[in-house]
Design a protein around this ligand. Structure first.
Ligand SMILES: *Cc1c(COP(=O)(O)O)cnc(C)c1O
Length: 374
């Protein structure tokens, strides 16, 4: 057997995708929604029937992701939330689920609403209590997010996988497949919002699920539901995603280096009370993160500044390079005052969430330095 290629090589070559028809070194964009049959009524390409089932561009993006994740099967969805919903929709009415609390607010909000409508017993548990909850409660599904957004809590995936027979689903958006491989740690399904670092250019909305157990009932249900209910990513978005992923390992490497340096600088600043970043040794999740991530700790961090809400908003308003916008994982640095966006979720008023891009680190630190001046 040939040696398995490394992520940077898989990504740069888009897993070997070319355009055989033109000889192009990049794949063609093929937007057709339907596919021809010949005079004997046989499909010209038996695997291409109708674009809600599949398309070449979708397969190409899925192949890159599958290889990067070391997964046996991968499915793309039109958003991260569509991917999460696809998992939960497989549950029968009355099922029990354990969901980590304090995660991406969109997930919490949708899962609460869905569970209420479907008589699903939803247990929301803090990252620190997940292990004991899994040991003591029956559940069909356990859904976690590590590192979590915006608290940057880390969960020991391997310990949880051992403690529970439930289907373990890990939202690994903040880590990307480059820094963490939840399937190898025992997760049943790994999910990413590909809108974030996987695409990384803030111009595609997409979500992805991968598994190493494609024969499992839940995976078959997810696959069938995507096709029949139609939550499929369009060819253009898939094509853009394939293009973007060529630089994913490079971008993640630079973002993680920048984030580590910025987090260290901010933690040492007298206008900063604390920095939540799994790469900082004082962070409660540092040891777990060290064990289950490699190559860095990602682009996402949260900063607690002194002086409460007023000072937080003043600082956010004075930043010039960090664009004031939601989302994360893009090449451009972003900053967000979470409390303004979701005041009801217990987010501290002095918390500033930061997504660190690929800019020059000296410019990023200089920007915070001037914004933090009294
Ligand atoms: C953004 C995000 C999602 C939702 O993804 P969309 O692509 O916006 O639907 C889910 N989980 C995490 C951790 C996210 O950051």
């Amino acid at each position: 057997m040939t040696r398995a290629r490394k992520p940077a090589t898989i990504a740069a070559h888009a897993a070997g995708t070319i355009d055989p028809q033109s000889g192009g070194v990049v794949p063609a964009l093929q937007p057709s929604t339907t596919y021809l049959r010949d005079e004997n009524y046989a499909l010209i390409r038996p695997d291409n029937i109708y674009a809600r089932d599949n398309s070449d561009n979708l397969r190409q993006a899925e192949t890159v992701l599958q290889r990067l994740e070391n997964a046996q099967d991968t499915l793309l969805f039109p958003s991260g939330m569509a991917a999460i919903a696809a998992v939960f929709r497989t549950l029968p009415n009355g099922a029990g689920v354990i969901v980590q609390s304090g995660i991406y607010w969109g997930t919490t909000q949708w899962v609460r609403d869905f569970s209420a409508r479907r008589d699903i017993t939803l247990t929301e548990v803090d990252a620190d209590d997940l292990l004991s909850a899994c040991q003591t409660r029956q559940a069909a599904l356990v859904f976690i997010e590590t590192p979590s957004n915006p608290w940057l809590k880390t969960v020991d995936i391997a310990a949880l996988a051992q403690a529970s027979d439930a289907t373990l689903v890990v939202d690994a958006t903040a880590a990307t497949p480059i820094l963490m491989q939840p399937l190898a740690l025992g997760a049943d399904i790994v999910m990413h919002s590909a809108t974030k670092a996987i695409n990384g250019h803030s111009d595609v909305l997409a979500g992805v699920l991968s598994t190493n157990a494609p024969e499992a009932r839940i995976w078959d249900d997810i696959r069938t539901d995507r096709k029949t209910a139609g939550a499929i990513l369009g060819p253009f978005e898939a094509w853009l995603l394939t293009r973007a992923m060529r630089t994913l390992p490079l971008r993640v490497e630079r973002m993680s280096q920048n984030a580590q340096a910025l987090a260290t600088f901010l933690l040492g600043h007298d206008q900063v009370e604390d920095v939540f970043y799994p790469g900082l040794p004082h962070h409660p999740g540092y040891e777990i993160a060290q064990r289950q991530m490699s190559g860095g700790y990602g682009s996402l961090m949260s900063v607690l500044v002194t002086g409460g809400r007023e000072n937080a908003l003043r600082i956010v308003g004075r930043l010039q390079l960090f664009l004031r916008a939601t989302s994360l994982g893009g090449v451009e640095s972003l900053v967000e005052h979470r409390h303004t966006i979701e005041p009801h979720t217990g987010i501290p008023e002095n918390l500033i969430r930061v997504s660190v891009g690929i800019e020059d680190i000296s410019d990023l630190i200089a920007d915070w330095d001037q914004a933090l001046k009294r």
